[in-house]
Design a protein around this ligand. Structure first.
Ligand SMILES: Cc1ncc(COP(=O)(O)O)c(C=O)c1O
Length: 482
């Protein structure tokens, strides 16, 4: 770990690390991850990179790539849609990976199937385009959903379903449960009703209660639990909670490969879906002149065309890597580092006592994950442009994320924007960009700065970020390009 801090003030770093270990004794049980960082993820320190965008994408261990490359260089794999030897070799490994996905999430194969998709968004689209919304059905979702969950409202509305957003409430950006339960009571169990929420918000890091799943199902709702931001650093145990649809992206869990996600779905919930088309691989038979087709059962009916058969074995390699490291160890480590980061950032004050940062979301590690979103303010309360912050961070080789993170609802809440404020911007004949929108709102809307921690994060990473924050103290708020 020290190699990455060689350019830092060693004494200050040592004191901070000592203080951190004292404040977070649970970190001691996660020290094996420092060794892993120094070997499997050493490219970060070799290049002096501080990577703080794990909610954007996870990082792969070198051994994952090596194992995958060995597999590819020592075997011959053909398209799995045949029964020749090379095709069967692909099928065997891909099915083995599919079983392992269920095993990893402790999902009974009697209850669940794992459908391979391109990413979480395409898993969400599979549900949205096929969910039997009709007039009388309801689609309820929290404000802090990712746009790929928001997008399902277009399918719901087009089929006459009522769409209801449950607001998040500042400053913690949690849900007012009374509002949620009012909505759940409104659902008529005679219709198909779908509740969608993130197990962890990719905006605020808030972890919404998983107990909502059973509560909603007891009232006749189906539940879509977006696990994309949750699964990389938390245990998702599908024997304890049983959402109907779980979308996720594997690159967020372990970096390699990109281009594969999954929809893990209850078999009964899958049978409810009506696919709007058929494709190669999804049918038992189809006919041109007979003008008909039969959709295949379970996952086969949902995997359009040829699956990503060379990369799917790398999903098993990645999941086995996470299992070997231990998701609970990863979780513990990320929470210790997040706790320290939050405390340090909130304590940063300009000389006149004004706070440097405003955190959007919970200030403690209770009911949250390792995603922290903030804005920076000068000593007069002037906002630092998030794009300027990103430029400064880039210059320090710190990879963070800025903007609204495909999560506009949470952004609207932090900026106290109402439907009346926003609706006029969505009737333009010409497309508007995010930058144009920010300009047009003339200071009433802004993006934010997000840092997110993961498997390979060290104390030195968060220390360097806090040091970067400290360098902003007593600087006047900068416009972009200043
Ligand atoms: C909570 C959440 N849901 C869905 C997605 C979409 O994932 P993908 O872009 O891999 O489809 C993301 C991506 O950041 C996310 O954080």
């Amino acid at each position: 770990m020290l190699s990455s801090t060689s350019t830092l003030d060693a004494a200050d770093f040592a004191a901070a690390y000592h203080d951190f270990r004292h404040r977070y004794p649970a970190f001691d049980a996660t020290l094996a991850l420092d060794d892993l960082r120094a070997t499997e993820y050493r490219r970060l320190d070799d290049q002096g990179q501080v990577y703080l965008d794990y909610t954007g994408g996870g990082l792969y261990a070198e051994s994952q790539v090596r194992q995958h490359m060995e597999l590819l260089t020592h075997h011959v794999f053909g398209n799995p849609h045949s029964s020749n030897p090379t095709s069967l070799a692909s099928t065997r490994l891909d099915e083995q990976a599919r079983h392992y996905v269920l095993e990893y999430f402790n999902a009974s194969p009697d209850e669940y199937v794992a459908i391979f998709t391109m990413n979480a968004s395409s898993a969400l689209k599979l549900v949205g385009e096929a969910y039997p919304f009709v007039p009388g059905s309801r689609y309820a979702l929290t404000f802090d959903n990712h746009n790929s969950v928001n997008g399902i409202r277009e399918f719901a509305r087009a089929r006459g379903a009522a769409v209801t957003y449950i607001p998040v409430v500042p400053p913690d950006l949690r849900i007012d449960e009374a509002r949620l339960f009012e909505e759940l009571e409104r659902g008529d169990p005679g219709y198909n009703n779908l509740l969608a929420y993130p197990a962890q918000s990719n905006f605020s890091g808030v972890q919404h209660p998983l107990a909502w799943i059973e509560a909603a199902q007891a009232r006749g709702w189906d539940v879509l639990l977006d696990a994309a931001a949750f699964a990389p650093t938390n245990r998702l145990d599908l024997s304890r909670i049983q959402p109907d649809y779980v979308p996720l992206s594997f690159y967020k869990l372990f970096g390699h490969p990109t281009g594969i996600g999954a929809l893990i779905a209850r078999k009964a919930a899958l049978r409810k879906l009506h696919r709007p088309w058929f494709a190669g691989g999804t049918i038992t038979i189809a006919s041109v002149q007979g003008d008909g087709y039969y959709l295949a059962d379970n996952e086969a009916g949902f995997e359009d065309g040829t699956i990503n058969y060379l990369n799917i074995p790398a999903v098993e390699i990645g999941l086995r890597h996470l299992s070997a490291v231990g998701i609970d160890v990863i979780h513990e480590r990320v929470m210790c580092l997040t706790g320290w980061l939050l405390e340090e950032m909130v304590a940063l004050r300009h000389s006149n006592g004004a706070p440097l940062v405003r955190v959007y979301g919970p200030l403690t590690t209770e009911g949250r994950g390792g995603t922290v979103t903030v804005n920076f303010y000068d000593d007069q309360g002037g906002l630092y442009d998030f794009r300027w912050i990103e430029q400064q961070a880039n210059a320090e080789n710190i990879s963070l994320r800025t903007g609204c993170f495909c999560n506009p609802g949470a952004g609207e809440v932090i900026n106290a924007l109402s439907a009346a404020d926003l609706a006029p911007y969505f009737h333009n004949a010409d497309r508007m960009t995010f930058e144009q929108f920010i300009e047009a709102m003339d200071g009433r809307a802004t993006g934010a700065v997000r840092v997110s921690l993961g498997l390979a994060t060290t104390f030195a990473d968060v220390y360097r970020f806090v040091r970067f924050c400290r360098s902003l103290l007593d600087q006047p708020a900068h416009p972009l390009h200043a």
